[in-house]
Design a protein around this ligand. Structure first.
Ligand code: 5RP
Length: 219
């Protein structure tokens, strides 16, 4: 299977976790786009979706799937999203598509986080992929200096404004041995909205497209 075929196979498999008459939490990215397209095949069985980005909302609406405001939802059984990196402990780096904050919010509400990915995303240690950090624009330089103190090399993602009106710093060369603590430490920097480490709330299930098949790994 090609990388795109692995993404699609994982996305289609994730449909097995969607119950009738529920609202589905939907992430962002190319793997999730395959999931949204697959979800459209059962759109008459679900109530609708909560989305983590304007991009995903547009795609859901184009398929005729109703998108609900998260504030109007009490319970979200399942959140389906991709990852830029994921470990065997189900810690992830996310935010390659700059949607990390809304992704983290929807994931926090969901009972189950189902990560869909191709097997290039499996890593032993997080950090080869630069860690995205969403930052309030006026704090950009200050936050960058603080990230250098933590051992990283932050690079301003030029020309990108998040759905929340903020900017992204991509942090290179971090040695992420303790993702749970680093997630907390970076979020404690004033001006940081959130960072792309999903370790304190990692994935519950990984649906992984590999060359041979689709594997399901439970935490
Ligand atoms: C977007 C994300 C995506 O889930 C992540 O970047 C993976 O994307 P893709 O499925 O395109 O590889 O976190 O902010």
């Amino acid at each position: 299977m090609t990388q795109d075929e692995m993404k699609k196979a994982a996305a289609v498999k994730a449909l097995e976790y969607i119950e009738n008459d529920t609202i589905v939490g939907v992430g962002t990215g190319s793997t999730v786009n395959y999931f949204i397209d697959a979800l459209a095949t059962m759109k008459n069985k679900i109530t609708g979706a909560v989305s983590s980005s304007e991009e995903s909302s547009k795609r859901l609406i184009a398929h005729g799937i109703e998108v609900f405001d998260l504030n109007s939802i009490d319970v979200l059984d399942v959140y389906v999203d991709g990852a830029d990196e994921i470990t065997k402990h189900m810690s992830m780096i996310k935010g390659g598509g700059a949607a990390l904050t809304r992704e983290k919010i929807v994931a926090a509400v969901a009972k189950k986080f189902i990560c869909i990915a191709d097997d290039s995303k499996r890593v032993d240690v997080l950090g080869d992929f630069p860690l995205p950090v969403e930052v309030i624009p006026m704090a950009r330089s200050y936050v960058a200096r603080e990230l250098v103190k933590l051992g990283g090399d932050p690079v301003y993602r030029q020309g990108v404004i998040t759905d929340n009106g903020n900017v992204i710093l991509d942090v290179y060369n971090l040695s992420i041995i303790d993702p749970i603590q680093l997630e907390v430490n970076i979020n404690a920097i004033v001006g940081v909205v959130t960072n792309g480490l999903f370790a304190n709330r990692g994935a519950d299930i990984l649906v992984l497209g590999t060359e041979a098949n689709v594997q399901v790994i439970e935490n």
